[in-house]
Write a protein of this length. Structure first.
Length: 363
């Protein structure tokens, strides 16, 4: 699996402090046990699995299907890694809203403070590209508002980010994983999980490759030539497909000229380089994809990347209210096992491993 998405309903309310504190302790202990057992890269692979991430949220006592699970679980794991991260070789940056915009600075700060096998600037670029793809190259109606970037000392990374659709009152979660990622702009999503599909301009679909080539070519053309093509198209009486969220009359030649001038001066070598260009956003890509289809006959894909559905309890009382005493006993047991493992006594950790192997055979 490289990445995936999960579609979740929006729920109101906040995570109570008594629960969040326990989520931090339990989440930290779980991550430490996983690193001890299989290494920090294994943790990244699990975080990139939307099924496993959802199950983790349930284990930590949050609502089984609400959008808040994403932001709260990521926040709890980030808080846990403030203390445990340096000796686990596992770090987290970013978060919800304004905090998401601090991701580059937090990555660079970590790179200055702790040795990383990869240049922190490369990690910053990966963070920006993951956000740019799901906000501009995949236009499925969800506006990104949460972005958490997990990374290891070895330089591998995973992204968990979420967008909101105000019209449907649902949120969609996107997962990324560097370990198997081959191309940021060609089929970066796999095992996509959600029940709701709709119209989507999917410029990273495999079948959008011809459109990506043409869009990259258009970005290197003189802006005046493209604007002339646009003017010619507007003079014609065209009947366009209903799937287009942007019509010819919606394209501002002046605004498009500004974007094209920037890309022309930069001469991006391909679609990925164009996507990374500052100022090239969703509107510009919709305009260029429309021109690609109408002028050059290379339509992009309108396939929503979501494919499968899933279901997995918590603070809202489903399937039952959080049992605080049991929760605290579980935390204490796991933390004691980890403490003993650090001293060379590995019996409890080995028991967890055997239990996991049994569960995989049984189910």
């Amino acid at each position: 699996m490289r990445t995936g998405t999960a579609d979740l309903p929006l729920h109101g309310g906040k995570c109570p402090p008594w629960l969040f504190g326990r989520m931090v302790r339990m989440g930290g202990a779980i991550l430490e046990a996983m690193v001890y057992d299989a290494g920090p890269e294994f943790v990244l692979a699990r975080l990139a699995d939307p099924y496993w991430f959802q199950a983790l949220g349930c284990a930590l006592g949050f609502d089984w299907h609400s959008s808040g699970l994403t932001t709260t679980v990521c926040g709890a794991l980030k808080e846990a890694l403030r203390e445990r991260g340096p000796y686990l070789g596992l770090f987290a940056a970013g978060g919800k809203g304004k905090t998401s915009r601090q991701t580059p600075a937090e990555i660079l700060y970590t790179g200055e403070k702790y040795p990383l096998a990869r240049n922190p600037e490369e990690l910053v670029q990966a963070s920006r590209m993951a956000a740019k793809v799901d906000s501009a190259a995949v236009q499925d109606g969800y506006q990104l508002y949460h972005h958490t970037f997990f990374f290891t000392s070895s330089g591998h990374w995973a992204v968990v980010q979420q967008g909101m659709n105000e019209a449907t009152r649902r949120a969609r979660r996107y997962h990324w994983l560097s370990l198997t990622l081959k191309d940021f702009v060609c089929e970066p999503h796999a095992a996509v999980c959600c029940d709701h599909r709709g119209e989507a301009l999917n410029l990273v679909a495999g079948e959008s490759e011809p459109a990506r080539r043409v869009i990259g070519m258009l970005a290197r053309e003189k802006p005046e030539k493209i604007i002339r093509e646009l003017a010619n198209l507007k003079e014609k009486n065209l009947s366009l497909p209903a799937r287009h969220k942007l019509m010819l009359e919606d394209i501002s030649p002046i605004g498009l000229h500004r974007v094209l001038l920037k890309s022309y001066e930069r001469q991006p070598e391909d679609f990925a380089a164009l996507l990374a260009t500052e100022g090239v956003g969703a509107k510009a890509l919709r305009a260029l994809s429309l021109l690609s289809e109408l002028v050059y006959g290379t339509p992009p894909s309108y396939r929503d990347p979501a494919r499968f559905s899933f279901a997995h309890g918590g603070k809202d009382g489903h399937p039952y209210p959080v049992d605080r005493q049991t929760y605290d006993r579980s935390i204490a047991f796991l933390e004691k096992a980890l403490s003993e493992a650090r001293l060379g006594r590995q019996e409890k950790i080995e028991a967890f491993r055997r239990l996991g192997n049994w569960a995989r055979r049984a189910f």
